[in-house]
Design a protein around this ligand. Structure first.
Ligand SMILES: Cc1cc2nc3c(=O)[nH]c(=O)nc-3n(C[C@H](O)[C@H](O)[C@H](O)COP(=O)(O)OP(=O)(O)OC[C@H]3O[C@@H](n4cnc5c(N)ncnc54)[C@H](O)[C@@H]3O)c2cc1C
Length: 343
């Protein structure tokens, strides 16, 4: 413990004050928060929660903010805990340990440098690993749970708030589901079931987190996220590691759907697999693409995305979500379940 931490509370030490949440959300939406904490280790994270408990301050933990809608007027007492500086990739025996704030897309570069295609699906998938595990993020048929061996978490209901572990097989992973949605558990990292490949890979991967923090870590800007990862695959291609077809397809798909052109949180609703038609197609059938409200618009390119096209408020996004919900309920007889989290 440093002399400073003896005298300063964790909230005081780790929080920035009066910070617009819009800069922590890929939606670029959210009013000014009194407290925004940026812990970089599990110890700091646990100390922060303990201090919040002691001071009676509520908290909200998040990663890149690519699946949440912050309020226009945040609760003045709320401590918003961003994990985006809690970024670490390291070897643990013959496996990789990755911390919760590490962008999932960095894993695709780890895979590329280690000669495996098992991590390709994380390429250009916005968000951090902690939330990826929490939401069981997916692309096509590949899900985050496919690459997880053990998850480490802090149980917020425990007094000690020490780090616990749970094997992937016990995490109740299913479509966009995990056990972490049903317990007050904050993920701090995970061992991947991806073997370490070579000394060259270790060297390359050890530079990824610092490079991301330095160059790519503008709070939650989708264009900067895209250009950072595109730059990295080009750099690898320059070193003789060509970009595989699967990653080129992802670039084509995501740029074709204009994923990085406007602030958004990706798909707003989950697909209803019982109904059997993707939500985006239902919105298309209802001719709702292009519907605008305030500064928000239902994407003309993807019916399940609502974009912030011109300084939209959270209330504009919520309004369009209600338009879609009512229309789907009336025409198709079910209420679509939101995928994004309304804070
Ligand atoms: C353009 C675009 C395209 C997208 N495409 C896809 C896609 O193809 N597939 C897909 O699955 N998703 C997609 N998403 C959504 C998003 O990428 C994922 O949901 C991602 O997992 C969110 O990560 P995040 O760090 O931004 O989470 P946040 O938005 O910061 O948080 C999401 C939720 O996770 C919780 N959480 C965050 N960290 C932790 C933690 N450490 N422990 C416990 N709970 C935590 C938060 O409290 C919140 O409830 C897309 C988003 C965008 C903007």
């Amino acid at each position: 413990m440093t002399p400073m931490s003896l005298h300063t509370s964790a909230v005081e030490r780790l929080c920035l004050r009066n910070i617009p949440l819009s800069s922590f959300s890929t939606y670029s939406i959210g009013g000014a928060a009194n407290y925004v904490a940026l812990p970089e280790t599990a110890d700091d994270l646990a100390a922060l929660y303990q201090d919040c408990k002691k001071q009676g301050l509520p908290w909200y933990t998040f990663g890149m903010g690519s699946n949440i809608l912050f309020p226009d007027q945040p609760d003045p007492d709320m401590v918003f805990v961003s994990l985006k500086r809690f970024t670490e990739l390291k070897t643990k025996g013959d496996k990789w340990f990755v911390s919760a704030g590490t962008p999932m897309s960095l894993l695709s570069l780890m895979g590329l440098s280690g000669g495996t295609d098992l991590l390709d699906f994380t390429f250009l998938l916005p968000g951090c690993l902690g939330a990826g595990i929490y939401m069981n993020a997916k692309y096509n048929h590949r899900q985050i749970c496919d690459i997880i061996d053990t998850v480490y978490y802090i149980d917020l209901s425990s007094r000690a708030m020490s780090v616990q572990s749970i094997p992937s097989a016990e995490c109740d992973f299913a479509y966009k589901q995990s056990i972490f949605q049903h317990h007050p558990w904050i993920i701090v990292g995970a061992d991947l079931n991806i073997p370490v490949h070579s000394e060259e890979q270790i060297q390359y991967v050890s530079n990824l987190a610092p490079a991301w923090k330095e160059r790519g870590n503008h709070p939650s800007s989708l264009p900067q996220f895209f250009s950072f990862f595109l730059g990295e695959v080009h750099a690898l291609a320059g070193k003789g590691i060509p970009t595989p077809e699967s990653m080129l397809d992802i670039i084509k798909y995501r740029t074709g759907k204009r994923h990085f052109d406007y602030p958004s949180c990706g798909s707003v609703f989950k697909n209803n697999y019982n109904y059997g038609v993707a939500t985006g197609s239902l919105v298309d059938q209802l001719n709702l693409k292009g519907t605008e409200h305030g500064g928000a618009i239902i994407s003309p390119h993807h019916g399940n995305m609502i974009l912030n096209q011109n300084q939209a408020k959270a209330s504009d996004i919520v309004y369009l979500m209600e338009v879609i919900t009512e229309a789907i309920h009336r025409k198709f007889g079910f209420v679509p379940e939101p995928e994004i989290v309304l804070v």
